[in-house]
Ligand binder design. Structure first.
Ligand code: MN3
Length: 212
């Protein structure tokens, strides 16, 4: 849905990712941080009717075509809205399921094993200095782990994310304080692998369409 963008429902109760992600963090992260990205994105587009028909991913792919005075606001807040909308879906209560099917095969082919992949993505999150995200993306038909600063994401480089994890302090500080490693270790317990399989399939179709 394009402008005016709306805060999507979380899809599960704030406390349902306990003990891995605490309820208060989820409530503030969704109800304050994500809500602010949505409100600020709408505010940026308010006086720019020509761009109000664009979906958020389209805005992020076409940042350089936007009026210069709103590019930074759309990048940060549109990125924030896009990233968090997926992030909530990439988590699920009672997780601990492993990838299966084509996704598991691709992960094993690229990284050697699911555990090696988790190590690689955790490392990307650990080495991102300051605020940002670690991503699994599909680039040139191959799975690739990378990280971005702030609310940047693979969409801005013409790719689609397969999986992403928020490593801003607001994602973990209440429960884990400065222990980002503990947060990332716990986070793997709530990954929604069936949703990741969906976003992998979308990324494959997107990559296939680009090369045709
Ligand atoms: Mn966040």
């Amino acid at each position: 849905m394009p402008y005016p963008f709306k805060l999507p429902d979380l899809g599960y109760p704030f406390n349902s990712l306990e003990p891995h992600i605490d309820a208060q963090t989820m409530e503030i992260h969704h109800g304050k941080h994500h809500a602010a990205y949505v409100n600020n994105l709408n505010a940026a587009l308010e006086k720019h009717a020509a761009f109000q028909g664009r979906e958020v991913d389209e805005l992020l792919r076409t940042l350089s075509s936007l009026p210069q005075e709103i590019q930074t606001a759309v990048r940060n807040n549109g990125g924030g809205h896009y990233n968090h909308t997926l992030f909530w879906q990439w988590m699920t209560p009672g997780g601990s399921r492993e990838p299966s099917g084509a996704l598991a095969q691709a992960i094993t082919a690229e990284f050697g094993s699911v555990d090696k992949f988790k190590e690689t993505m955790t490392q990307a999150g650990m080495t991102r200095f300051g605020s940002g995200w670690a991503w699994l993306t599909l680039d040139g038909g191959r799975l690739k782990v990378l990280s971005t600063a702030n609310q940047d994401n693979p969409v801005m480089d013409g790719l689609l994310p397969v999986l992403g994890v928020d490593v801003w302090e607001h994602a973990y500080y209440l429960k884990y304080q400065n222990r980002r490693a503990d947060y990332l270790k716990a986070w793997w317990n709530v990954v929604n692998w069936s949703k990741v399989a969906d976003t992998y399939e979308k990324a494959r179709q997107h990559a296939g369409a680009k090369t045709r």
